[in-house]
Design a protein around this ligand. Sequence first.
Ligand SMILES: Cc1ncc(C[n+]2csc(CCOP(=O)(O)OP(=O)(O)O)c2C)c(N)n1
Length: 288
Amino acid sequence: MADSATVDRLLDRVYEYRKDLLKLCHRVGGLHIGGDLSCAEVMITLFQYALHVRPEDPNWEDRDRFVLSKGHCSAALYLSMAQRGYFDKQELFDTYKNGYETRFGNHPCKAALPCLDSSSGSLGHGLPIAVGMAAAARIDGKSHRVYCVMGDGEISEGSVWEAALAAAGFRLGNVVAVVDRNRMGLDGFTEEIMPLDPVEDKWRSFGWRVVTVDGHDLKQLVDAIDALPPAEDPTPTVIVANTVKGKGVSFMENNPIYHHIAIDEEQLRQALAEVDAAYRRQKGGRTA
Ligand SMILES: Cc1ncc(C[n+]2csc(CCOP(=O)(O)OP(=O)(O)O)c2C)c(N)n1
């Protein structure tokens, strides 16, 4: 069971993440802000609680692996990694570019940033990569886990389901997938574009263990991590995290315009004020 000190620590990290994300979006002239905001609690729980890694030794061979399959949300990854100590946040703010000229491009590139476990950006490839890593761990007799975060629009890619089949078929309980179930893709709602419900039944029928959580509830996320079976288990796990695209900023929530966009000074001010107020409410609620 998640203890309140852990949840409180993660809450502070999520607050910092949301503020940094909004400032970065304003500064660099556009991010995939909606999907970066929806996966905030998922990313912070993974990077601040779940992942056994050594940022000072990023190639440590027994580390857990992490693949951000929804690679368009690179800012989510960079900010989570900066908080964990992989690199300096200031460098990210100074050099992030919509391109590949820096270590911090708008899709993660391992050639530019070797501390990543994988490049990503072309949707539908992250889970196949993660399954390959997990199969390699089995062959090498290693007991680390491989985590993979996907978008829900993304899972309409056929390659996701080939990988799902393989993970169960090869008995890879060392795979933990998280679906950021914000119910939106690039320009609309998943259930109108390519219906996924009942999404849990689909994963179950592919032989996966399925856990459904409120993806903005840190306690539920921590409990889901704590309840993972040992990596040696034969059954892969998927955590379906029900989230809201644009979470935390009223004018962004469930609004397809905010899939990828820049924000001006006034929008930044309003967004930061809302994030601030929500944080104070949550903190007050926790200490009352
Ligand atoms: C193979 C592929 N097709 C199309 C795109 C363009 N694209 C970028 S983001 C996106 C929508 C993704 O939706 P979802 O997976 O739900 O991500 P989220 O809503 O969490 O941002 C699309 C279609 C892509 N990156 N890769």
